[in-house]
Design a protein around this ligand. Structure first.
Ligand code: NAD
Length: 262
């Protein structure tokens, strides 16, 4: 039987790159209630159009949100639940790159910016997503497998597991995502909520294009010798959200063409 998503999906960072691809992938795989969240309103319009091209009958809610602001994040969840009644699959993909300088050359402003989105912003999203999921009934799955109260997938990075030169704040912000994902998975297993993260390798998105000069050599170091596609990341994210993954908890799924094995 195919994957299917009878519940409500919410994706942050949905105006671009991996987040946008995940929104489209949910629509392709049968999800019909999709909240797309980002602070780039124009990008959200484009994502909405792409989701509707994929599944004209999908209901798409656009939520403008700056994840650095707790009140925005709280409202993002409130608006989604007011519109769709619940929240079943939450994917936290919003993220920013750093300034590609060593710690001694970089500034505390850059450190704060990277961490306020990648670590604190992701954690804030999880906080309010968990709070909603724990008060709702488990959603029966489409295939008779046990239902969950919800599934959260945080997007970390291969750079959570290995480091690269001149990206201390970025690498540490992603290591923090892996770490709090595991803690949350422990704390909310009893509520029947599954919480995992995905560690993408270099993936062809606007973020990678902006830094292609820095990453060209790294792409060739991975055994598969190419960047990943957005679809390849979305495939694993959707698996983790699906009823096929009911025993997967607190995992950091590496999807990196083998970059971290050598
Ligand atoms: N592309 C890669 O090679 C790669 C590799 C590993 C991990 N990642 C991670 O994957 C995630 C998605 O990256 P991408 O490549 O799709 O990047 P992207 O730049 O294409 O998309 C990131 C999105 O996050 C949004 N965003 C940034 N700050 C925000 C804020 N404060 N509030 C709301 N939205 C905000 C942006 O507007 C954008 O739409 C990020 O967390 C990134 O760190 C990417």
């Amino acid at each position: 039987m195919l994957l299917s998503f009878p519940g409500v999906a919410l994706i942050t960072g949905a105006a671009s790159g991996i987040g946008r691809g995940i929104a489209i992938a949910f629509a392709k795989d049968g999800c019909r209630k999709i909240a797309i969240c980002d602070f780039n309103a124009e990008g959200l319009d484009e994502t909405r159009a792409l989701v509707k091209d994929t599944a004209p009958d999908a209901e798409v809610l656009q939520v403008p949100v700056d994840l650095r602001k707790e009140s925005d994040v709280e409202q993002m969840i409130e608006t989604t639940v007011r519109t769709f009644g619940r929240l079943d699959y939450a994917v936290n993909s919003a993220g920013v790159e750093g300034d590609n300088l060593g710690s001694a050359e970089s500034t505390s402003d850059v450190f704060d910016h990277v961490n306020s989105v990648n670590y604190r912003g992701c954690w804030l999203c999880s906080k309010y997503q968990i709070a909603q999921m724990r008060i709702q009934e488990p959603l029966p799955s489409h295939d008779g497998r046990p239902g969950n109260r919800g599934a959260i997938v945080n997007i970390a990075s291969q750079l959570a597991l290995v480091s690269r030169p001149e990206a201390a704040a970025y690498c540490a912000s992603k290591a923090a995502v892996v770490s709090f994902t595991k803690s949350d998975a422990i704390d909310y297993s009893g509520d029947n909520i599954r919480i995992n993260c995905v560690c993408p390798g270099l993936t062809r998105t606007p973020m990678l294009e902006r830094q292609m000069d820095i990453y060209r050599t790294a792409i060739m170091r991975a055994p598969l010798k190419r960047p990943g596609t957005i679809q390849e990341i979305a495939d694993v994210v959707l698996f983790l959200c699906s009823s096929r993954a009911t025993f997967v908890q607190g995992a950091a799924y590496v999807v990196d063409g083998g970059y971290t094995i050598i």
